[in-house]
Design a protein around this ligand. Structure first.
Ligand SMILES: NC(=O)c1ccc[n+]([C@@H]2O[C@H](COP(=O)([O-])OP(=O)(O)OC[C@H]3O[C@@H](n4cnc5c(N)ncnc54)[C@H](O)[C@@H]3O)[C@@H](O)[C@H]2O)c1
Length: 275
């Protein structure tokens, strides 16, 4: 019961890692606020969690600051405090971001290699990325982190919590594997984490990041299977991570066991990127 008496908000808790975090946090005694864009999924999370505490599910788009503010007003009204925020909601792709053409070229490139030809196809994904495709990924992956962290910090200060903010970044933000919008947004999350850790350290609020590698969720299932196979083959542990393995890392950062960690990045990635 490492999160006994704590209120923990997890964004993107309708599926994948966010759902696993909601389950693990509730098992450890937290009152979990599960937030997601998709009401059906987040209600299913609430049904699944072993709710010893007073858990709830809320629907909001993290890229909309007014919707985010409403979530924290509800949290304050219901619990009067907040101890843990996990900024987990994120997307790897968005309409008009050029992934369709990228996969088409990747197929052609692999076919050339299979025929033993010198490749003449280039994977210059950026040329097909439209403004709105770029913008949507940035809106969710970094603006959403800002909106939630701002509201969470206000509430943590108001209630005097020595809280923990955990930002789910990605190995893509460290080593540039993936598309430019995703890598840029996740690198931004890491910079944001370090700055906020410095700002809030004096209040006893800790801010850390997790960089998962390829993890077995819908996000990976959405990738082209051949592309996903290449990614997995390059992981030293030779398998994708499971959502619960990232959730256990988040549990450590949420709990008092990590009381001297702030501004740090924990890489739950099977060795795919070594810090
Ligand atoms: N799966 C991976 O291989 C992997 C690797 C590294 C980092 N990550 C990061 O981990 C986090 C979780 O990813 P996942 O793999 O569990 O993905 P997922 O697609 O399984 O789940 C993401 C959840 O976020 C929600 N969401 C998306 N946009 C939202 C929005 N605007 N507002 C509120 N909720 C929203 C979705 O509805 C979904 O429930 C993301 O930040 C992702 O970038 C994933």
């Amino acid at each position: 019961m490492r999160l006994q008496d704590k209120v923990a908000l997890v964004t993107g808790a309708g599926l994948g890692m966010g759902r696993a975090m909601a389950e693990v946090f509730a098992r450890e005694g937290a009152a979990v606020v599960a937030v997601d864009l998709t009401p059906g999924d987040v209600n299913e999370t609430l049904n699944r969690i072993d709710a010893r505490g007073d858990c709830c599910a809320l629907t909001a788009d993290v890229s909309d600051s007014a919707q985010v503010a409403r979530v924290y007003a509800e949290v304050e009204a219901r619990y009067g405090r907040l101890d843990v925020l996990v900024n987990n909601a994120g997307v790897g792709t968005a309409p008009n971001d050029g992934y369709d053409k990228f996969y088409q070229r990747l197929g052609e490139l692999n076919a050339q290699l299979a025929r033993g030809e010198t490749p003449s196809v280039h994977l210059d994904h950026i040329v097909d990325m439209q403004d709105d495709g770029w913008q949507r990924v940035m809106d969710i992956n970094i603006n959403g982190v800002f909106y939630n962290s701002r509201e969470a910090t206000r509430l943590m200060i108001k209630c005097g919590a020595r809280g923990s903010i955990i930002n789910i970044a990605s190995t893509s933000g460290l080593n540039g594997t993936g598309a430019v919008h995703y890598c840029a947004s996740k690198a931004a999350v890491l910079g944001f984490t370090k700055c906020l850790a410095r700002e809030l350290g004096g209040r006893g609020i800790r801010v850390n990041a997790i960089c998962p590698g390829a993890t077995n969720t819908r996000m990976m299932a959405d990738l082209d299977p051949e592309y996903a196979k290449t990614i997995t083959a390059a992981i030293p542990l030779l398998r994708m991570g499971e959502p619960v393995e990232v959730a256990n890392t988040a549990l450590f950062l949420a709990s008092d066991e990590s009381s001297y960690f702030t501004g740090q990045t924990l890489a739950a990635n099977g060795g795919s990127h070594m810090l």
